[in-house]
Design a protein around this ligand. Structure first.
Ligand SMILES: NC(=O)c1ccc[n+]([C@@H]2O[C@H](COP(=O)([O-])OP(=O)(O)OC[C@H]3O[C@@H](n4cnc5c(N)ncnc54)[C@H](OP(=O)(O)O)[C@@H]3O)[C@@H](O)[C@H]2O)c1
Length: 324
């Protein structure tokens, strides 16, 4: 009989955590070997509670997909919450995992760890080479600290305790379980919601901020879950060959980016909005291009499978299920 590892998915009700659980179950991992706790059951900023949880459950592996997450508006409005909560969650989970014998852990970071003016596509070695985007600097600093926590535990305890903690940096994600909050959401869920509401209201036009020319990369969340499990399960020798002890994180992107105008057009079609779409060039555009170099993970045998139109169709079906 196969012995399945006991896996703790932190943040299993979030968009990424729920996709990781779906992926594990779909690939034959038994539900009874997956451990989860809701935020209400276990506040990961509470060190004592996190320690007690690890002592009681003794998981073999941890996916750290719990975090305080949000768009520009939320990051700008609640910077203290973004840096404090993310630092606490990571430090508590990573240290408690180590103290309770967890040898394999995967930390989920974000593409905002890279400098504002990083060369495109952004390579892993762009980390810490320049100033960050000020609007989400506190969040990015916490995420960089998460990578460095993993690397430091590996460097100090790798040989003595077989600690092998890895990090993945996803590009912009979307899909089932996304956050459609009118103010605190990312660009794709915000556009899905706006076009859906415009369709219901028979609005003659929808105005989009900026020129529509900036390019962005979007990855369907189930592709991200597959990448996470893939990286977690890579043999150590393979992972070590493609990374280095102080540059160990792995980008996960779709590989192709699209202009905001193209993404907007596909979303309008998927939602079935037939009015006009206008671009308000008096509003700021932001960075012209944000695109990950995913050659490291591609050479490790993972590739995105879901294209933007397919992914948006699936995302909109999920939106309708939850917002009727
Ligand atoms: N979404 C993206 O586009 C994107 C892009 C790149 C990277 N990522 C990364 O992927 C990870 C997951 O993101 P996501 O989009 O899945 O976020 P999400 O949907 O907001 O899920 C985050 C989860 O963490 C839980 N959580 C937050 N604070 C907690 C706490 N103190 N104690 C216990 N649980 C807590 C949340 O529970 P409650 O909701 O109950 O608080 C939620 O279930 C994050 O590390 C994020 O940086 C996401």
């Amino acid at each position: 009989m196969t012995q399945h590892p006991k896996i703790y998915v932190a943040g299993h009700r979030g968009m990424v955590g729920s996709a990781i659980v779906r992926h594990l179950l779909a690939n034959g991992h038994p539900a009874e070997s997956i451990v989860t706790r809701t935020h209400a059951e276990l506040d990961l900023t509470n060190q004592a509670a996190v320690c007690a949880f690890f002592v009681a459950e003794k998981p073999d592996q941890v996916y750290l997909a719990a975090a305080k997450v949000g768009g520009i508006h939320a990051n700008n409005t609640y910077p203290a919450e973004f840096i404090y909560q993310n630092l606490m969650i990571q430090a508590n989970v990573i240290d408690a995992a180590f103290r309770n014998g967890v040898q394999k852990l995967l930390f989920l970071g974000s593409s905002c760890i890279y400098p504002k003016l990083a060369d495109q596509p952004m390579r892993e070695d762009a980390l810490l080479t320049g100033a960050l985007e000020p609007t989400n600097e506190p969040y990015a600093i916490a995420k960089i600290a998460g990578i460095k926590l993993c690397e430091s535990y590996n460097r100090q305890y790798g040989a003595s305790h077989d600690v092998d903690y890895r990090s993945v940096m996803p590009t912009n994600l979307y899909g089932p379980g996304d956050n459609y909050h009118p103010e605190n959401s990312h660009v794709i869920p915000a556009l899905i919601r706006r076009f859906h509401e415009a369709k219901l209201a028979n609005a003659p036009s929808v105005a989009i901020w900026g020129t529509g020319t900036p390019k962005r990369e979007f990855l369907y969340v189930d592709d991200m879950a597959a990448a996470s499990v893939h990286v977690m399960n890579l043999p150590k020798a393979t992972y070590d060959r493609h990374t280095s002890p102080m540059l160990s994180h792995i980008n996960v992107g779709h590989g192709q980016d699209v202009s905001i105008a193209e993404a907007t057009q596909i979303i309008a079609q998927v939602v079935g909005y037939t009015g006009a779409v206008t671009f308000d060039a008096t509003k700021p555009d932001g960075t012209p291009r944000k695109w990950m170099d995913s050659s490291r993970i591609n050479s490790l045998g993972w590739q995105a499978k879901v294209n933007l139109r397919q992914g948006l169709n699936l995302a909109y079906q999920d939106f309708l299920k939850n917002h009727q």
